[in-house]
Design a protein around this ligand. Structure first.
Ligand SMILES: [Zn+2]
Ligand SMILES: [Zn+2]
Length: 136
């Protein structure tokens, strides 16, 4: 949970800057492969009966290349805009739950280790990024 109290949101908004383990927003290893804690920066503002949280999430993501099947990881940042409805009884908003859902949804299923990944040879299984096989 990343709690932002409504009473803390001034006319200039409030800044959130936290580094959290993925477990603290309910992400499991099955849902997402992260090699670092999650850095969360957000600017939270109030507009009428809405709360807007402009959020940047940075973490070291683990992947498997869908072409050569090698494991790799890369640090990536994602920007999200979250809207919350502000009711008279709203005491706080939870950015953490929104981040959890977005990170699961936006985690790409198919990704390449590099744009020009040569993949593996269909005949002998050699990783053609590392060596050239003799198949024709
Ligand atoms: Zn690859
Ligand atoms: Zn081959």
């Amino acid at each position: 949970m990343i709690k932002v109290l409504v009473r803390d949101i001034t006319s200039k908004g409030v800044a959130v800057d936290q580094t959290i383990p993925k477990e603290s927003i309910g992400l499991s290893d099955e849902e997402i492969d992260l090699r670092s804690p999650i850095s969360v920066k957000a600017h939270v503002t109030k507009a009428g009966d809405m709360i807007l949280a402009e959020t940047t999430v940075t973490a070291d993501f683990g992947f498997f290349c869908s072409r050569c099947l090698e494991e790799f990881h890369s640090v990536e940042s994602h920007d999200y805009d979250f809207n919350f409805e502000l009711t008279p009884t709203t005491e706080y908003i939870d950015i953490g739950e929104e981040i959890r859902q977005e990170m699961i949804l936006s985690n790409p299923a198919r990704i390449l280790c590099k744009d020009d990944c040569k993949g593996i040879c269909a005949k002998c299984g050699t990783n053609l990024n590392i060596t050239q096989c003799t198949c024709t």
